[in-house]
Design a protein around this ligand. Sequence first.
Ligand code: ADP
Ligand code: MG
Length: 696
Amino acid sequence: MGTLSALFAPERVAVVGATERQGSVGRALVDNLTAGFDGTVVPVNPNYDSVRGLDCVDSVSEADADLVVVAVPASVAVDVVREAGAAGVKNVVVVTAGFGETGGEGADRERELEAAAAEYDLNLVGPNCLGIISTPVGLNATFAPRSAPPGSISFLSQSGAFVTAVLDWAADQGVGFKDVVSLGNKAVLDETDFVATWGDDEDTDVIVGYLESIEDGRRFVETAREVTRETPVVVVKSGRTEAGAQAASSHTGAMAGRDRAYAAGLREAGVVRADSVQDLFDAARALAGQPVPETNGVAVVTNAGGPGVMATDAVGDGPLSLADFGSTTVDALRDRLPGGANVYNPVDAIGDADNDRLRDAVDIVLADDAVGSAVVLAAPTATIDFDRLAADVVDLQATHDLPVTTCLMGGERTRGAADALSEAGIPNYFDPARAVGSLATLERYRSIRDRERPEPTTYDVDHEAADAVLDRARDRNTTRLGVEAMPLLDAYGIPTPAGEVVGSPTDALEVAERIGDPVVMKIVSPDILHKSDIGGVKVGVPHEEVYDAYEDLIARARNYQPDATILGVQVQEQVDMDAGVETIVGTNRDPQFGPLVLFGLGGIFVEVMEDTAVRLAPVAEVEARAMTEEIQASPLLSGARGRDPVDREAVAETLGRLSQLVTDFPEILELDVNPLVVRPDGVEAVDLRLTIEPEP
Ligand code: ADP
Ligand code: MG
């Protein structure tokens, strides 16, 4: 994939569909382009000799442009793009609407547009977009009412309306942009192309995105994973509450819904996810203006107790923690501050603090090795001059080179100070929690940048044996498999209790005599998904009852569904459930992000609690282990009520092996093991259910 830097640095821009007509897109484009562009603007319209005082040409092939902005009606837009391609143009922005977003004819038109772009190898933005901006060359190829102030944030948005809103807001927020792109329908170029481009761009410090969808999840993850090692990417993804809409027959399918897939994908990509628009630009501003901290210890310095407590509460939300000052720091603060002051973190220089006292306190804490970042809070008092405080903070931040945010509380009086801070890249907020939140984002990015990235383990498995299990199911013409497929887990080294599927009560007894006493017996039928719901699982069956139990299980199945396919009864070794915790491990396939693995507490509460962790497969064991710690029920695994802690490593290995299974067999659409019993010394898969594609 080539870099798109030429798209953002054209010398001659043609506007096809340029007009004089008041309120038209064609006119807004010409006006925006001529407002500050370093290069030449060429209007294209056979009906005019000139537009807005510029000589007009009849067709795009006469424009000799290196960027073409298409604003003609949809019916002729594809022809214009072809003509541009034939004339050797490589970069095209189609603002025209009436493509895929309208369905029907529009969707056909979009396919033609894609074909034209492929034929001429075009970098094509849109269609149905607002356009692009690049501040270094003064390029505003949009019809937005306002351009972007210059800066080091590059911004992509799937919504054009959101771009106009952000540009409007940014102007008085001290947020500046390098490039801006409105993606529109993403017929050709999508988010991944721009993340890749900006990852290589010296002038982009932070990449910010508003996304409703990701075109190719795996490609995005692979690209962003590399980019985020050096350039932070912050994304707000809308549609978070969208229910797991896909029809899913398994637990994993229902729980690993679309948003969980996005969360897992963005996490793997190293993207910082923002919850709101405010969050998005708070994060962007902090990342653009401040260095990344070296430790998670934060110092809070204030002249007012209340805000200090609020900041401390916000620190408690993580991943920051209050820095534990060294004795030199504490002594220095004690020397400098009056008797009633708090010399421990949060430092309270108290209400009568003047500028010098506050400045010295900040200087002292920033010199402490345990301090990775600081937040300076000040309430307006007669002894504090905010402009001087701002100048001091700017100065100290630069000297110590640590991230600092401020919270100068007040209205009009803070305006000048806030501007001076913003000028120096220091975010200032009225709300202490937001000031801390910005530092937390920096810390979050640090842990992403520095995270371990081990390759997933490749296990020694019996691929052929697994293949044979799936083959047998296909021979039976079924896509739903249950405990009869337990050998699949055996083949991939996941421990299972001894068990066998039998077709007669005599065979059941024979197997039971080999396995133990008592045993567990289960109905085996592709038509019965939840066996215990129909009384299809019998636990603690002594040998003398095996015969009757068999007959009873078959009868229950027939009663439930007379024409149900019954494969027999599984006779299984009884597992000591009290010695362990019932968990669920599963996999699912997301249309964008591919195979996912899931871990959570198992048993009957699994769907109610939704307490699960999800990752892209294949998952490395350290990540899989982190999944066992991520769930809220994690303390249960650490040994509640005097029990021994369970074997998290064995869970991690199981997730790793399961990852390999679904990677090796793409025909496995979803699979869950519920329960996977986890004990202090290992795991056992007690139940299995999966869905496969009819053809491998
Ligand atoms: P289903 O999920 O279809 O109802 P399971 O095989 O998961 O069927 O069995 C339901 C429950 O029965 C399990 O959650 C577990 O508590 C218990 N159980 C199943 N198999 C065994 C076994 N081999 N040993 C002990 N308990 C078992
Ligand atoms: Mg089960």
